[in-house]
Design a protein around this ligand. Structure first.
Ligand code: FAD
Length: 576
């Protein structure tokens, strides 16, 4: 199945939702002129369609393989990664002082969105590297930045993120990997790392010359839980002072997981310090690891939210093409009784319109969030806080809709969707991981109703979310469905702030998160419709307002149902 990059819709979202023209008015982002933006979005589209999309199917069928600690990717992947590095696609938003182009995060978002729509599994490689760059850029020492950032930014080296251990999943604070200070010898001042990490994405592969593992571990005597975690750089190959690659470090891939999807992405069990010689260096302060990791997680969560958009786009394209070709039955009530392409039947139209509305709505939310991140970088603290508020909405809702759209894509294909040849099933299997990793969607929703809901604006507790919903209601006065949803979400937020118990809030957190996300997406789609005047955009937005928004309003009852319903029977009875 060919892939057509969604360039026009991306450019609209970049212009209207991220407000890139305004960003380019700042000194820092002055280089992001409309011409350059267009060149980047079109350029990455051509690259992704030509180089990465054709490998997607082989990635699923052959997958990453691990033999004796070496991980091989399917044919063509290493060359396609080299082309990505040579063309500088990884360096778009990297800091200029370390070889990056210093362009807005919004443009890096467009690059990853396009690559991921072409090949979701493969795009995890640059996504994880971006996270490592962010963590080092914010928390690394000058020496660490000089040593590691240039080659992570160029993509010659890749990055990983090592939190998870068998007993420490959502509960990161339960991790047990240790870091023991080294007092003398050639590695004095560094740490000996020991432990096992599981599910490490691209933990081992041969596409990049070196892999820079960022590993969370505990120092001797560190406090229990998340307060006692520190962050360490553990390179696959030691890096000499002059930046050259040295001997192999004592870290190895034990195995790769056999998964239901994203098979081209090696999900590795990593063993650190089998021979007591795994050397790492600390990033930031003792016991400050979780804070540093949070820097990495914010951008990673946006990029995983983007994966929902990516897989939805790919599934939508595939289903639309199939629906145009597949002929079945006359249109109900037609005079000539001639069979028509299934795209002519009302229910298939409903499926495709729903897929498109969810895809474009989630893209609108993605670029609105990216634009707020960029404003935060320019020093706008209100925008930064808003971006943080939006992150759990984007991560949770966009990844949920990725699954829904991929599932609807199978439905459009009928039986052909259930067999593997068409590729529709791959999208469904690939999509399913995104609501799980990078903090499950349940954890995202909990973050929204606890930490983020409490964000103040103008000294009012909860003011940030209330201000967002008030802005939506005011700007969408002429779209009663969206205005009503924003008011409903604000009322529920107020109930959560004033009355609800912690359990009640958590019980309603997921439906509440969906309501907020749909309100923001509806608002941003409305802005796109007004700005573009495009017939298709107006039609899709109307569908979103009439179908998706009322469904989200219907979640209000579930958001306020409270925890008592859930605990009406004890755990044993529930799990009979
Ligand atoms: C393909 C893949 C790639 C991954 N890549 C990486 C990686 O590169 N680096 C890395 O460190 N990790 C990675 N992970 C791990 C991933 O982030 C974890 O799987 C995820 O955080 C969930 O942890 P868990 O699997 O232990 O599930 P659990 O934490 O056991 O959760 C199980 C269920 O319980 C719920 N739950 C748990 N605690 C709570 C709570 N307090 N409140 C409400 N609900 C709760 C969860 O939402 C979930 O529904 C990857 C995982 C996979 C499958």
């Amino acid at each position: 199945m060919t892939f057509t990059p969604p360039t026009a819709d991306q450019l609209l979202a970049i212009t209207v939702c991220a407000g890139l023209d305004e960003l380019a008015g700042s000194e820092r982002f002055a280089a992001a002129t409309p011409d350059l933006v267009e060149a980047i979005v079109e350029g990455i589209g051509a690259f992704a369609a030509g180089e990465w999309a054709p490998l997607n199917r082989a990635g699923d069928v052959v997958g990453a393989q691990c033999k004796d600690g070496t991980v091989s990717l399917p044919d063509g992947y290493v060359d396609a990664y080299k082309a990505f590095v040579e063309q500088g696609w990884g360096s778009i938003a990297g800091p200029q002082e370390h070889g990056g182009q210093g362009l807005p995060f919004t443009l890096a978002t467009a690059v990853l969105e396009t690559l991921g729509a072409a090949n979701m599994a493969f795009t995890l490689l640059p996504i994880l590297t971006v996270g490592a760059i962010e963590a080092l850029d914010h928390h690394g020492s000058a020496t660490q930045k000089a040593l590691y950032l240039p080659r992570l930014i160029s993509g010659e080296w890749s990055g990983t993120m090592n939190l998870t251990e068998p007993q420490a999943g959502s509960d990161v604070g339960a991790l047990r990997t240790t870091a023991t200070p080294i007092n003398d010898g050639p590695h004095a001042g560094k740490y000996r790392i020991s432990g096992t990490k599981i599910y490490i994405t691209f933990g081992e592969h041969e596409a990049a010359e070196n892999i820079i593992h960022l590993v969370l571990a505990r120092l001797p005597g560190a406090p229990e839980g998340s307060r006692g975690i520190s962050l360490f750089i553990v390179p696959k190959f030691h890096v000499e002072q002059d930046g050259s690659i040295g001997a192999r470090n004592d870290v190895r891939c034990v195995s790769v997981e056999h998964k239901m999807g994203i098979n081209a992405s090696p999900t590795c069990v990593m063993s650190y310090g089998d021979n007591g010689e795994c050397i790492g260096e600390m990033v930031g302060h003792e016991n400050g690891g979780l804070r540093a990791m949070f820097t990495m997680m914010n951008s990673a969560r946006i990029n995983v939210g983007s994966q929902g958009v990516q897989i939805a786009e790919r599934a939508l394209q595939q289903a639309s093409a199939y629906a145009r070709d597949r002929v079945q039955s006359p249109r109900a009530g037609s005079a000539d009784k001639a069979p028509v392409a299934i795209i002519e039947h009302p229910d298939v139209r409903r499926l495709l319109m729903r897929m498109r509305a969810l895809t474009e709505g989630s893209r609108a939310l993605l670029y609105y969030t990216a634009g707020q991140v960029d404003r935060g970088t320019l020093g706008d603290q209100a925008a930064q806080q808003r971006a943080e508020l939006l992150v759990p909405m984007l991560k949770a809702w966009a990844t949920d809709i990725g699954c829904e759209v991929a599932s609807l894509g199978i439905q459009v294909h009928g039986g052909m969707g259930f067999v593997e040849e068409t590729g529709a099933a791959q999208h469904y299997r690939d999509a399913r991981i995104a609501p799980i990793y990078e903090g499950t969607n349940g954890i995202q929703a909990a973050d929204l109703v606890t930490r983020k809901l409490a964000y103040e604006r103008d000294g009012v507790r909860g003011g940030e979310l209330l201000a967002l919903m008030a802005q939506i209601a005011a700007e969408m006065e002429d779209v009663p469905e969206v205005a009503a949803l924003a008011k409903d979400a604000a009322a529920i937020a107020q109930w959560m702030l004033d009355t609800a118990s912690l359990d009640d809030k958590l019980a309603g957190s997921v439906p509440f998160t969906t309501m907020c996300a749909v309100a923001v997406a509806g608002w941003q789609l409305g802005r796109q419709s007004r700005a573009s005047g495009l017939d298709a955009k107006i039609a899709v937005t109307k569908f979103f307002n009439r179908v998706i928004v009322p469904e989200a309003r219907g979640l209000g009852s579930s958001a306020m149902a409270g925890a008592a319903l859930l605990y009406a029977i004890d755990a044993e009875t529930l799990a009979r």
